[in-house]
Design a protein around this ligand. Sequence first.
Ligand code: UGA
Length: 341
Amino acid sequence: MYGAGELVGGEDRVKLLVTGAAGFLGFHVCARLMEDGAQVTGVDNLNSYYDPRLKYARLELLERRRNFDFHRIDLADRCAAQTLFRSEKFDAIVHLAAQAGVRHSIGHPHAFVRSNVQGFLNVLEGARRLRKPHLIYASSSSVYGANNKVPFSTEDRCDKPISLYAATKRANELMAYSYAHLFGIPATGLRFFTVYGPWGRPDMAPYRFADAIEQGRRVEIYNYGRMLRDFTYVADVAECVTRLVERGPCGFRLFNIGGGAPVPLMQFVHLLEAALGKRARRRFLPMQPGDVLSTHADVKDLEAWIGNRSSTPLETGVDRFVSWCREWWRKPQSIACRAAS
Ligand code: UGA
């Protein structure tokens, strides 16, 4: 167990593996862990689900740090994963690499099973080989499916995923349970709730909406806007993950990582309009397959374990996100991301 802010240790620096390091969450988590002095090995396959130039730009910032090294690895490739875990030892693993996108999973099932199930198995096998490092891995609020009991608690049943993405994330939790049981690997699963903020994924609503508003294109709003999301600011998420690493293992656990304050989707659109100083042209569409109506995290367990945590107000988070968007749009490499949105 490492005390708060104690990932620094001179020559005994805590050595962490962060998978999906060039992704949205991975980037922020690596940066935050390194601030506390950890030695971080990042891996990512740098795939082109969205424009990889965004991933390279994140990576370039991480690589400026002396306590970071990077390997381009596809964790679904068994041999590549084995080589990684044979050649390096880690005190803890933060597994964030995944094929993301709730609605995208409907048309691309194989990519999800390959990355999220096969890839996860290879990480579990790596952890088994390393002999009980703390494994922290990304799950998702989508595992609650069409659950209408709110707030969503980790005690609730989660056996009705309504997208394949959600099914793969629930599968990860069950696989982690069996490895914790069989091999004593301490595994902490994190159910993330619609994370947003600077360096966000271009396939997610915040970026899609902001870009459409800025460009004067129509913002496509599903279920006629009648949805609630527990939007969670990315720096708050990175802080939670860091504190979970510092607090150390706790057997098999699941935590919700959410702001705990759901807002109507249209409120999010209004905040973006205010931050961008432009009105959105709206195109209201029906509910999309795989989508859930509302999400709301019960975070009592998390706060009991890591103590009180910061929760950035949505207005502040949206302002920071829009400031980053403006910077990113000024860079030539963002052009292809726009076209993809
Ligand atoms: C997000 C992430 O994409 C998942 O990777 C993550 O696992 C999940 O959060 C989670 O909470 O676990 P989602 O909530 O669908 O999934 O996030 P967005 O794609 O940003 O969508 C947010 C809301 O905006 C949803 O209600 C969605 O229906 C809506 N939306 C999205 C639109 O109305 N229009 C769009 O073009 C995109």
